[in-house]
Design a protein. Structure first.
Length: 223
């Protein structure tokens, strides 16, 4: 019984890993150009690795293209784990990559390794995770993903945080609880058609960020 129930999940996991590897191969010319842009903007290293909390609370290293200046660069800004619009820590190439979410593409490596899925709650840094909270435990019961309803709804999070007097507190008390609510709601009503719509909208607003409409996203994926 247990082995039968695991089989579809295991097959899906293999298909997802295969799709991630194929995407890495197909996108390799673009990845090479992005890596060159990072090197041109601020030198090596190309990748940014950061500890995130994955399924069942297991930590892992997430991969992104590095979009911020190396440690020691004089930006005059604080070292918060979140960023706001016009953050001086972000390089010129990094600002462009963040606009189109291209810095997230190396997370296909995490998908291929089984640490992430294409769709799932975005993994948080340890300091924002509350393991004693029942909502957090529910979110952590799912493999984290590259995209989900919450991350798409808040794709302009840096602009939302900009007016806040204390961005860190605003993120913890306002944005993060709403993200968790959307994570739980989406996982409870997932379907193939909704997942395909989510992937389509994620790609659409990555190519055309100026057309982003949060209300339309929520109307489309919350029903």
């Amino acid at each position: 019984m247990t082995q039968r129930s695991k089989a579809p999940s295991d097959l899906g996991r293999l298909c997802e890993a295969g799709a991630a590897l194929l995407a890495l191969i197909v996108l390799s010319p673009l990845l090479a150009l992005l890596a060159a842009a990072v090197l041109w903007s601020d030198g090596a290293p190309v990748f940014f690795r950061q500890k995130r909390i994955g399924k069942h609370g297991r930590p892992f290293q997430i991969y992104k293209f590095r979009t911020m200046y190396k440690a020691g660069h004089k930006t005059g800004t604080s070292g918060l784990p979140i960023t706001v619009a016009n953050d001086r820590r972000i390089t010129k190439a990094g600002d462009w990559m963040r606009k189109f979410k291209l810095d997230e593409l190396p997370q296909l490596i995490n998908v291929a390794r089984g640490e992430m899925s294409l769709i799932g709650p975005r993994p948080e840094v340890p300091e924002y995770v509350r393991f004693d909270d029942s909502v957090w435990r529910e979110v952590l019961s799912t493999r984290p993903g590259i995209t989900d309803l919450a991350s798409l709804a808040y794709r302009n999070e840096e602009e939302v945080l900009l007016p806040a007097a204390d961005p860190d507190t605003f993120y913890r008390t306002v944005i993060l609880p709403e993200k968790l609510r959307l994570n739980v709601a989406y996982q409870k009503s997932r379907s193939l058609s909704r997942d395909l719509r989510l992937l389509w909208l994620t790609a659409r607003y990555s190519f055309f960020p100026a057309r982003f409409d949060r209300d339309r996203v929520l109307r489309s994926l919350s029903r």
